[in-house]
Design a protein around this ligand. Structure first.
Ligand SMILES: Cc1cc2nc3c(=O)[nH]c(=O)nc-3n(C[C@H](O)[C@H](O)[C@H](O)COP(=O)(O)OP(=O)(O)OC[C@H]3O[C@@H](n4cnc5c(N)ncnc54)[C@H](O)[C@@H]3O)c2cc1C
Length: 478
């Protein structure tokens, strides 16, 4: 299926998880593949996202556990005061990043992918320009081009960053210092995970959320119980409905807080540091998308479910986009899944991505996870299709394993179609919620009914019985 009239069969722009999976899948299937990367192999996830943040959470989570005298007392354990070395925690994250980045690069090399270090752009149909790091600029041709340029942190107007006292997750990830008092702007999953790290390591946190409740992107019932434990139960002062309208770096950092509704100044805070965690924006500005007539949606590249790039709703031949730059569930595993789906379509094996079955997790202690529809969307679907929506709750406090761990604070909410039993969504807060969600994600992917799922035997005693109980309750409600 190779076409010698092109320099490559496939050129991928961007070597994050989306680009990596696309390039590997293409090369594994015999396509002559090149990948262009302007920064670090592995992209956000490996260098500035999932990987280092989970390393910091693993280390700080242990500090939290060992410092939680009340929890340990419940087991009859009395530990000495915990000591930790900030630099060694940071080193653990850096070393992990280096290992994974190197493994990933070697995997692509072994698969036969040509790695080009430089900045890629479109130069018309099936043509990619690249300014290599050595300054050479050339234009390459490819039968298919996949854009996988990802995203960067969004810094709202009025906020000035200096990378040292006011910074985004790009810098926070290196844990260069531990401010005594840090304000975190935004209570989405990135803000929450860093609040988990900072409070475990003894920092005082003020969390500022512009919307009218903290954790606005989570199911409201799950957010309530999560906020009680992850925010109220810690050294965190959380404010909702306030806007950080101006932030000036320095010592101290000055934050002007305004009421969201009136935009009037309500308070000025002086803190040691600020982490801006207000979302991410697509990296598409310098791609020269005009060369192929693509108009973005606030920078996001429009694609269909086969990952073909759209112009006025119609696919552009041989042009694909995957990952964060498409704005669809901006997660590493979504990007990777999109990458392989795009290549399958290039290979002539038509496939679509099923966003409903893609799970999401926040790796706080304990974790939060979800899959499928939110309750609001499920209600809308029920009204539209004329079925009754079922909703059941399963509690960790009724689970033997959770109780053995003295971790009974947790909740799972399961949403299902009462007519067919089909699982529509699930939302979990509790110990190992990120692992628990996978079972439900698989059920959503197969559009399975709780009638069948309720008969499946779960290991005792495990946290998975929280899911079993939910399935059984739902089946009984049909
Ligand atoms: C702090 C943090 C924690 C996170 N934790 C998780 C998590 O636990 N689980 C999860 O699923 N997701 C997590 N994410 C999200 C995840 O990192 C992203 O969804 C994922 O990296 C998206 O992959 P991507 O391939 O689309 O883009 P990216 O990973 O952003 O990669 C894009 C690559 O393209 C390169 N590039 C851009 N423009 C050009 C160009 N013109 N030419 C050449 N190269 C270019 C960039 O340098 C970059 O390397 C986290 C993100 C952050 C910030």
């Amino acid at each position: 299926m190779s076409d010698a009239s092109f320099d490559f069969d496939v050129i991928v722009i961007g070597a994050g998880y989306g680009g990596f999976d696309a390039a590997k899948h293409a090369a594994d299937h015999g396509l002559r593949t090149a990948i262009i990367e302007s920064r670090d192999m592995g992209g956000t996830c490996v260098n500035r996202g999932c990987v280092p943040s989970k390393a910091l959470l693993a280390a700080s989570g242990r500090v939290r556990e060992l410092a939680d005298a009340e929890h340990l007392k419940g087991f009859g354990i009395h530990a000495a005061p915990v000591r930790f070395e900030r630099q060694k925690i940071a080193d653990h994250a850096n070393q992990l990043v280096a290992t994974i980045r190197s493994n990933l690069t070697k995997t692509l090399e072994r698969a036969g992918v040509t790695i080009i270090r430089g900045k890629g752009r479109l130069e018309g149909a099936q043509r990619v320009g690249v300014r290599e790091i050595n300054g050479v600029d050339r234009v390459l041709s490819a039968r298919d081009v996949i854009i996988a340029t990802g995203s960067d942190p969004f810094v709202p107007p009025g906020i000035e960053t200096d990378g040292r006292t006011v910074f985004t997750s790009d810098e926070a990830i290196s844990l260069e210092w531990l401010p005594r008092w840090i304000a975190i702007i935004g209570s989405g999953y990135i803000g929450l995970e860093f609040a988990d790290v900072y409070t475990a390591l003894g920092c005082e946190v003020t969390m500022i959320e512009a919307l009218d409740r903290v954790l606005p992107t989570f199911d409201p019932d799950i957010a309530k119980i999560a906020a009680r434990n992850l925010i109220d139960g810690r050294d965190i002062d959380a404010r909702a409905g306030v806007l950080a309208r101006k932030i000036t770096p320095g010592a101290p950092v000055r934050i002007e807080l305004a009421a969201m509704a009136t935009k009037e100044l309500v308070e000025t805070l002086e803190v040691d540091a600020v982490l801006v965690a207000t979302g991410r924006i697509p990296t598409s500005k310098e791609l020269n998308l005009e060369a192929v007539g693509v108009a973005t949606n606030r920078g996001f590249i429009p694609v269909d479910d086969q990952l073909r790039v759209l112009v006025d709703g119609a696919p552009v031949p041989h042009l694909w986009a995957v990952g964060d730059v498409t704005g669809k569930m901006m997660l590493a595993h979504t990007a990777a899944a999109q990458g392989t789906v795009a290549v399958d379509n290039i290979l002539g094996h038509p496939r679509q991505i099923d966003y409903r079955s893609i799970p999401a997790a926040t790796f706080t202690h304990p974790e939060i996870s979800s899959v499928g529809l939110s309750e609001v969307d499920a209600k809308a679907l029920a009204a539209q299709e004329g079925f009754e929506l079922g909703s059941v709750r399963s509690y960790f406090k009724a689970n033997s394993k959770a109780l053995a761990e003295l971790e009974g604070d947790g909740l799972m909410k399961l949403l299902f179609n009462k007519a067919t039993g089909e699982v529509l969504g699930a939302h979990i807060y509790g110990l190992h919620a990120a692992d628990l969600i996978q079972e439900i994600a698989n059920a959503v992917a197969r559009r399975q009914s709780v009638r069948q799922l309720a008969t499946e035997v779960h290991t005792h005693p495990t946290l998975s019985e929280v899911v079993e109980v939910a399935y059984k309750q739902a089946a009984a409600a049909l």
